[in-house]
Design a protein around this ligand. Structure first.
Ligand SMILES: Cc1cc2nc3c(=O)[nH]c(=O)nc-3n(C[C@H](O)[C@H](O)[C@H](O)COP(=O)(O)O)c2cc1C
Length: 317
């Protein structure tokens, strides 16, 4: 089973729709985190992400980022009433402002409080709950104790991104920590981190034959056909990629009523996608620097007319 990782600023509802239409291969789509606050109201931007009519029937799992059980339960209740069967808790976000508030991976530094929070939300859960976690704040040695806490609760799934907060996105994911979670957990465990090619996935599978769940973030952002390829399907064609970026761009333009704002969002899409093209540096710069939608559109046309697709994704982010 393959899931699309939540990526703030990238994997919005428009992106998810286009990914499903042009490439497929993804079984579940996680939303970037929503942050329920005390006023117990979703923002307009959050509603755009979660209203079922926008999600067009895609199997979607909304993600919440909070350390407040009451706010979590309010949001989970609303989401369950909208028809969502599962809600995911973010225990991975490494951003300084989030961690300073003890949220995301910052919550991992307060295990007793985390345990009490989980006790509260699981005892009153209006739907299935899953967790996406890093393996600690500073040290992978923190993970066994965290795992012991998670194992007290009936998680729908534990997604492990085996880095600590201080790794941010650097260093190598600790596969042994994923292995420890996979073994003897009473719930399904999903692997996440640095899977860029079918070979990477095959190596993981060879190391852990029992691993049945993968979550893909930057690998899928850089090669939108990666999930399809993992299931034996074909690589992305230029025609599909052009259709995909056009759909994402046009849906942003319509939603924002502004091609300029849509262009700004597309720069994030291209940050990952340009690596799928050979010798894309010059046009990557042109896209990055575009100030005007016409400049952006012209640079994108050149990508598709001038550049060849690379046989392998070359991530350098
Ligand atoms: C730009 C960006 C935004 C992200 N936003 C989220 C988020 O909203 N929620 C979350 O749980 N993880 C978020 N992540 C982490 C990814 O979901 C994923 O765990 C991480 O990128 C490692 O997986 P990958 O190597 O497949 O990308 C984000 C990562 C990036 C690079």
């Amino acid at each position: 089973m393959v899931s699309l990782a939540p990526m703030e600023g990238l994997t919005t509802v428009y992106y998810r729709q286009a990914l499903a239409r042009w490439f497929g291969g993804v079984d579940r789509y996680f939303t970037p985190f929503l942050t329920p606050t005390q006023d117990h109201r979703f923002t307009k931007r959050e509603l755009r992400e979660i209203l079922q009519e926008h999600n067009g029937g895609l199997p979607t799992v909304p993600q919440l980022l909070t350390r407040n059980a009451e706010d979590f339960l309010w949001a989970a209740g609303e989401l369950a009433a909208m028809g969502y069967q599962e809600v995911n808790l973010n225990l991975g976000c490494p951003s300084g402002t989030v961690v300073a508030k003890g949220k995301g991976s910052g919550f991992l530094g307060h295990p007793a409080e985390l345990d009490a929070f989980l006790e509260e939300i699981f005892s009153k859960a209006p739907c299935a709950l899953s967790i996406k976690t890093r393996i600690g704040l500073k040290d992978p040695e923190e993970f066994p104790a965290l795992l012991a806490i998670y194992r007290k609760y009936p998680l729908a799934e534990l997604i492990v991104h085996p880095r600590v907060r201080t790794d941010m996105y650097k260093n190598t994911p600790r596969w042994d920590c994923f292995g420890a979670a996979l073994e003897n957990s009473p719930f399904p465990v999903c692997y996440n981190g640095d899977i860029y090619t079918p070979d990477d996935a095959a190596r993981l599978q060879a190391a852990f034959p029992a691993a049945e769940r993968l979550m893909l973030g930057r690998g899928l952002a850089g090669d939108p056909a990666l999930a399809r390829r993992l299931k034996g399907g074909s690589a992305a064609s230029k025609m599909e990629l052009a259709g995909f970026v056009d759909q994402v761009y046009e849906s942003y333009a319509e939603a924002f009523g502004s091609r300029r704002n849509a262009m700004l969002r597309m720069k994030e899409v291209w940050f990952y996608l340009i690596r799928l093209f050979l010798e894309g540096d010059k046009l990557s710069k042109a896209i990055k620097k575009a100030r005007d939608p016409l400049d952006y559109e012209s640079a994108v046309r050149s990508v598709f007319s001038d550049l060849e697709l690379s046989p392998v994704l070359r991530p350098d982010w």
